[in-house]
Structures are given as structure tokens and as C-alpha cells.
Design a binder for this molecule. Structure first.
Ligand code: NAD
Ligand code: IPM
Ligand code: MN
Length: 359
């Protein structure tokens, strides 16, 4: 297989973690006899500095001509005071919208060797295997009006029925391939958009009699996600609730640095991105955990290219490295030796080489 991948490293730790993930991708290419042509593009703060826009036309062009996109992260204190249109985050929202990447899949899986890194009790988190399905191109992030006047500020939470239908269908389809349960999270006791959301779920569930459905208010979901996370399978929710709940869910796995995501559209084209940000506090120090971005590449291989075996090879290698007791600073206990981003990535590469010798 030959694929072209647009890599958009972005800001802060973005370049460090994408470099690690590209290294792993190329190892997979050599082992499984695929060619991955990687080309780099600009996005976020570094694009503002270079092109005076967070999403240059050149980057859209590059992505258009590619089979998938790998993104690091965007943003940082340098651009925090910029006007809204010149914020790095605007570039990320714009690329999601441009390519209609409406379904953001954020898997959260407890890894035995990381249980000790979670502040939650082991017995609460040890069997967690859930998937947050976050609507990514609608809601408060994109609704109009969104503006500021002298005395007030507006954001608009709007969803069309069509937008809700397609993300809910995606959640049902995924649940069918998993444990067969969908938890739809909303704020139906207050918001009009949530009332519509709940109606659509009720309507859609008729087509999926094999899937169990529950509705949960978002405040309660936030609580249950940390008190009884094993009760969840697929969690489907609107853009902002999904953003918040997925960072909360990272507490289950012990670090934001291990949660990957896929942002995809109906035809399988997708952008793959860790859920974490640019971590300005550790950027440029070789401290970033690259696992989330490496696992995002694994998701790319599975969801965009149908390469299940290659995806599994990466996931197994990452787990084996944790199992062997190798951690970056975010996951290490005081007694552990702390590995740098590059050292930890090399352990994953060694593990992949070992797998190929054993197979
Ligand atoms: P953040 O996710 O960047 O960092 C939160 C905390 O988690 C920090 O202490 C950081 O060091 C740690 N962390 C995050 N990723 C890590 C990793 N891979 N390895 C080890 N530790 C890691 O969130 P923030 O500090 O709220 O945001 C910083 C900037 O990132 C902001 O400008 C924000 O807008 C941006 N951001 C971008 C994205 C994205 O591009 N997808 C996502 C979230 C935040
Ligand atoms: C994420 C981030 C983004 C979001 C920001 C940076 C726009 O937090 O990918 O989770 O809110 O979607
Ligand atoms: Mn987020």
C-alpha cells in the first residue's frame, strides 16, 4: 500500500510528538511493506508567524492531496492575546470544518501497567474500555452569532437535525462493534439543542434494537465517569461536552499524554490528533509523552487505511513498553527511571522490531 500523509506538527510539544509518531509510522511501513510518503505543513501559531494566518491555503492544498492528516497540537501563550481570527486554535477549528471531520473518536482504555498512575482507585478503573464520540463541527464552537460588544458577549449553541443524526448513527454503528451500549450525554433539562439531540437519539435507536441506549445529563455524566467508568461503552455527545468529558476521562488512564483521537468524516478520510494540547510548561524539553500521537497513528492505519494488523502491532508495542516499566515523566513514579520523548519512542521501535523477529 502507498499512502500520502500530511503532517501538521503545530506548536509547543506538537513537533516533538509528531516526530515520534512519524518514526513509528515509518517502522511499520518497512515491516509491513507499505510506503508512507510524509509531507509537512503549517498550522496554528507557527503558521501565524510565517503566513499571518493559522491555516494557510498551502496547508489545505497539501491535506486535500493527502490520504490522511496527522496533527500535533496548536496554541500557546505567545498568541493568547491575538484577536479571535488570529488565534492558533482557529486554524484547528477551520481545518476540522473544511474537511467536514464531524466524528471525533476518543477511546479511553485502562492499561494494567498504568493503573498506578491514576489518582482513581485501581478497582474503579481497571476494566475501563470506553469510546467518547464527540461531535466536532457544530455546536458552540461554530454557531453564529459569536461576537463581543462593549457590554456583552455572544456564543450560539446550534445544531441541525442532520448534524445530530449523523453523529448519533456513527455512535450506534460503533456500539454494535463493541459492547452494544450507547450513553447519550446532553443537558436536556435546560437546553433546546439537547431536547432535539435526545429526540434524534430516540428516533435513531429504533434502527438499532440490538443496542442498549441510555440518556444522561452532562453534570451527572461528569460524576459517573470517575465513579463508575466501567459502566460506559460508547458515549455520544455534542462538541463542547465531549471536549470537557474527554480531558476528564484522561484521569482514568493516568495522563492526557496517552489519549489518541480520530477526527473522521463519512468516507473514512480523517485527521488523527492526540487529545492533549501544546503543553507549554514542558515544550522543547524532551519531556512530552508521545504515546497519544503514536496511538493516533495506529487509529489512522485502522480507520482510514483498514490496516488492522498494523494498528494492533503499534498498540501492542506501546503496551509492552509500559509493561516493561518504561515511562515519560507524566506517568513515572518516584522510583521509576524517567525516559525522554525520544528514548521512550525508541523503546516502542525496539518492541516493534522484536515483534517482527518473533512473528
Ligand atoms: P494541555 O493539554 O496542553 O496541557 C495540560 C497539562 O497536561 C499540562 O500540564 C501538560 O504538561 C500536560 N500534558 C499534555 N500533554 C502531555 C503529554 N503529551 N505529555 C506529558 N504531559 C502532557 O492543555 P492546556 O495547558 O490547557 O493548553 C495549552 C495550549 O494548548 C493552549 O493554547 C490550548 O489552546 C492548546 N490546546 C490545543 C489542543 C489541540 O491542538 N488539539 C488541545 C488542547 C489544548
Ligand atoms: C481539543 C482542543 C481543541 C478543542 C481546542 C484547542 C480548540 O481542546 O482538540 O480537544 O476544544 O476542540
Ligand atoms: Mn480539548
Amino acid at each position: 500500500m502507498r499512502k500520502r500523509i500530511a503532517v501538521l506538527p503545530g506548536d509547543g510539544i506538537g513537533p516533538e510528538v509528531t516526530e515520534a509518531a512519524v518514526k513509528v509510522l515509518q517502522v511499520i511501513g518497512r515491516r509491513f511493506k507499505h510506503t508512507f510518503d510524509v509531507e509537512y505543513g503549517s498550522i496554528g501559531g507557527e503558521a501565524i508567524d510565517k503566513y499571518k494566518t493559522p491555516l494557510p491555503d498551502e496547508t489545505i492544498e497539501l491535506c486535500q492531496q493527502s490520504d490522511a492528516i496527522l496533527l500535533g497540537a496548536v496554541g500557546g501563550p505567545k498568541w493568547d492575546k491575538n484577536p479571535a481570527e488570529l488565534r492558533p486554535e482557529k486554524g484547528l477549528l477551520a481545518i476540522r470544518k473544511h474537511f467536514d471531520l464531524f466524528a471525533n473518536l476518543r477511546p479511553v482504555i485502562a492499561v494494567p501497567s498504568l493503573l498506578k498512575a491514576s489518582p482513581l482507585k485501581e478497582e474503579v478503573v481497571k476494566d475501563v474500555d470506553l469510546m467518547i464520540v464527540r461531535e466536532l463541527t457544530g455546536g458552540l464552537y461554530f454557531g453564529e452569532p459569536s461576537k463581543r460588544t462593549e457590554k456583552a458577549a455572544f456564543d450560539t449553541l446550534v445544531y441541525t437535525k442532520k448534524e445530530i443524526e449523523r453523529i448519533v448513527e456513527k455512535a450506534f454503528e460503533l456500539a454494535r462493534l463493541r459492547k452494544g451500549k450507547v450513553t447519550s450525554v446532553d443537558k436536556e433539562n435546560v437546553l433546546q439543542s439537547s431536547k432535539l439531540w435526545r429526540e434524534v437519539v430516540e428516533e435513531k435507536k429504533k434502527g438499532y434494537p440490538d443496542v442498549e441506549v441510555e440518556h444522561m445529563l452532562v453534570d451527572s455524566a461528569a460524576m459517573q465517569l470517575v465513579t463508575n467508568p466501567c459502566a460506559f461503552d460508547v458515549v455520544v455527545t455534542e462538541n463542547m461536552f465531549g471536549d470537557i468529558l474527554s480531558d476528564e476521562a484522561s484521569v482514568i488512564t493516568g495522563s492526557l499524554g496517552v489519549l489518541p483521537s480520530a477526527s473522521i468524516r463519512a468516507d473514512g478520510f480523517g485527521m488523527y490528533e492526540p487529545i492533549h494540547g501544546t503543553a507549554p510548561d514542558i515544550a522543547g524539553q524532551g519531556k512530552a509523552n508521545p504515546a497519544a500521537t503514536i496511538l493516533s497513528v495506529a487509529m489512522m492505519l485502522k480507520y482510514s487505511f483498514g490496516l488492522e494488523e498494523e494498528c494492533a502491532a503499534i498498540e501492542e508495542a506501546v503496551n509492552a513498553v509500559f509493561e516493561d516499566g518504561f515511562y515519560t515523566a507524566d506517568l513515572a513514579s518516584p522510583a521509576d527511571r524517567v525516559l525522554s520523548t525520544n528514548e521512550w519512542t525508541d523503546k516502542v521501535v525496539d518492541e516493534l522490531d522484536l515483534q517482527s523477529v518473533c512473528n
